[in-house]
Design a protein around this ligand. Structure first.
Ligand code: NAP
Length: 282
């Protein structure tokens, strides 16, 4: 039986610690609370749920927060003006543009407009580059959440064979960089990887960020591997699930994340840490 990597519990503890720190610094000499501004363009139902989660997290952490809701037909100019207004506002510590943006708006071009010191999602090329060279200002929330969960459970990375599935800019690539920085030996697999099983069966630490329910079955996993499931899919039964067939893989793993309750809450807690950092550092 594997130990369950309880992201929900750890994330709750992290948010409590953040709250304590905010209260302490406000009592000392900080003039105002940390502030996160979220820009939500359009009415994507999943995005609305994510934004409500961020609003709740900010409340729990003692941050002030605003959500700027723009209609789905918002043009490039209006979105840029909104970002620039927040860039110029000294009362705003973090700016987050909720993705995906409606078609017609170039996401990466928009994200580049956010001031790097307020880029709490860590999507700006300057911050992405700093992570790549190992001098991060911010660390992207999902891979940061994976590393923190491993740390909290005392799981060593140095010298381990780490296999990451998925090479997206927001999860897979930075995940591979963070594991490399922690002295893991990393393979980064993707849709063109031949003989995926040969990689996964060799993994001491397997991180899956693909988005395909049931992709990872027990026969693909090494005995006593640490299995981290980043993905969030809807299974055939409509329930939330990851890439990993939890039922068959769990008895074989030494540690495993549940979905939900694993990396999702850790990602949210790491966003709060990044806002706290922006408030303290800049
Ligand atoms: P993405 O941009 O769609 O990337 C998916 C990656 O998986 C791509 O690199 C793709 O390869 C690779 N892939 C596709 N089929 C594969 C296969 N059969 N074997 C190995 N690799 C394969 O997705 P993402 O944004 O990184 O998100 C990945 C998953 O994580 C999604 O389920 C998403 O909902 C979830 N997610 C969760 C959190 C959280 O907080 N828990 C945060 C972010 C994302 P190519 O590059 O070759 O196309």
């Amino acid at each position: 039986m594997a130990v369950i990597l309880d992201g929900a519990k750890v994330a709750g503890e992290i948010k409590q610690e953040i709250r304590k720190k905010v209260d302490m610094l406000l009592e000392a000499d900080y003039a105002r609370r940390p502030h996160l501004s979220v820009i939500l363009v359009g009415e994507n139902p999943a995005s609305q749920v994510y934004v409500r989660g961020k609003e709740r997290d900010c409340q729990e952490c003692g941050f002030s927060q605003e959500t700027i809701r723009l209609p789905a037909d918002t043009g490039r100019g209006t979105l840029l003006d909104t970002i620039n207004r927040l860039n110029d506002n000294p009362g705003v510590d973090g700016i987050l543009v909720q993705l995906p943006l409606p078609k017609g708006l170039d996401e990466w071009a928009m994200l580049e407009e956010i001031l790097p010191t307020k880029d709490v999602d860590c999507f700006h090329p300057l911050n992405v580059g700093k992570v790549a060279i190992g001098t991060p200002e911010f660390v992207p929330c999902t891979p940061k959440g994976v590393m923190r969960l491993l740390l909290e459970y005392g799981i060593p990375v140095a010298g381990k064979n780490c296999v990451v599935l998925g090479r997206s800019n927001i999860v897979g690539k930075p995940m591979a960089q963070l594991l490399t920085a922690a002295d893991g030996t990393v393979s980064l697999c993707h849709s063109k990887t031949e003989n995926l099983e040969a990689f996964t069966r060799n993994a001491d630490i397997l991180v899956s960020a693909v988005g395909k329910a049931g992709l990872i079955t027990a026969d693909m996993v090494k005995e006593s591997a640490v299995v981290v499931d980043v993905a969030m899919n809807r299974g055939a039964d409509g329930k939330l699930c990851g890439d990993v067939d939890f039922k068959s893989v769990e008895p074989k793993a030494s540690y495993i994340t549940p979905v939900p309750g694993g990396i999702g809450p850790m990602t949210r807690a790491m966003l709060m840490e990044n806002v706290l950092r922006a408030w303290e550092a800049f």
